[in-house]
Write a protein that binds this ligand. Structure first.
Ligand code: ITT
Length: 203
């Protein structure tokens, strides 16, 4: 048994979880998933923003477990698609549709769109809810462009079409460490870690 304090991360997405454990690993908490904590609840993500949905997930898991809970709500905003799929990124074209198909569909929608109009960003809201009802929410972005082809096998989801001009590569072609250093999730988690440390220091 670990004597570290438990932090339950409200996600069922293994790609996110890898990044979360890499960034929050040395925070001093035992990070467990909902599944590992034996929490089997259906959470309806019916918020209108990333922040609302992150709070909905973290609150549901905190209430079900009585432990500190954290959640990430994230997605891809494509400017040439009116910022879609946005908060619907996981559901877009159906949860069970493969990302090869979803990614190709975005490339196809942007056919003929010039470089400067292919701007896009990944957004991540991270929420923490404490058993005493206290809440923290942060939001961070990673800017890039939609590429012309699917490239790379690292990361997950829409990474193979998210082109980072400063690297000349997609976020699926850079290493996991490089992605965590610049990503929406890496930045949001580090900000959240700072807030948690400050709270602990003032306790
Ligand atoms: P949980 O709610 O269980 O955490 P989810 O995948 O349903 O998992 P979201 O509702 O937050 O999570 O949707 C996030 C989606 O946005 C994710 O499934 C990807 O399609 C996309 N996405 C978010 N961050 C990404 C990243 O770093 N790389 C690639 N795609 C990402």
């Amino acid at each position: 048994m670990s004597d570290k304090k438990k932090l339950i991360f409200a996600t069922g997405n293994p790609g996110k979880l890898k990044e979360i454990k890499a960034v929050l690993g040395d925070l001093g908490y035992e990070i467990v998933t909902m599944k590992e904590a034996g929490i089997d609840i259906d959470i309806v993500e019916d918020g209108k923003t990333f922040e609302e949905n992150a709070l909905i997930k973290a609150k549901a898991v905190c209430e079900a477990s009585g432990c500190l809970a954290m959640a990430d709500d994230s997605g891809l905003e494509v400017d040439a698609m009116n910022k879609e799929p946005g908060i619907y990124s996981a559901r877009w074209m159906g949860y069970d549709t493969s990302y090869d198909i979803k990614n190709q569909a975005i490339i196809d929608k942007l056919q003929g769109v010039p470089d400067e109009e292919r701007t896009a960003r990944f957004v991540c809201a991270c929420a923490a809810v404490f058993p005493n009802g206290e809440e923290l929410v942060v939001k961070c972005n990673m800017e890039g462009r939609i590429g012309y082809e699917i490239a790379g096998a690292n990361g997950f989801g829409y990474d193979p079409i998210f082109y980072l001009p400063e690297y000349g590569k997609t976020s699926a072609e850079i290493t996991p460490e490089e992605k965590n250093a610049i990503s929406h999730r890496g930045k949001a988690l580090r900000k959240m870690a700072e807030l948690l440390k400050k709270m602990e220091a003032s306790e």
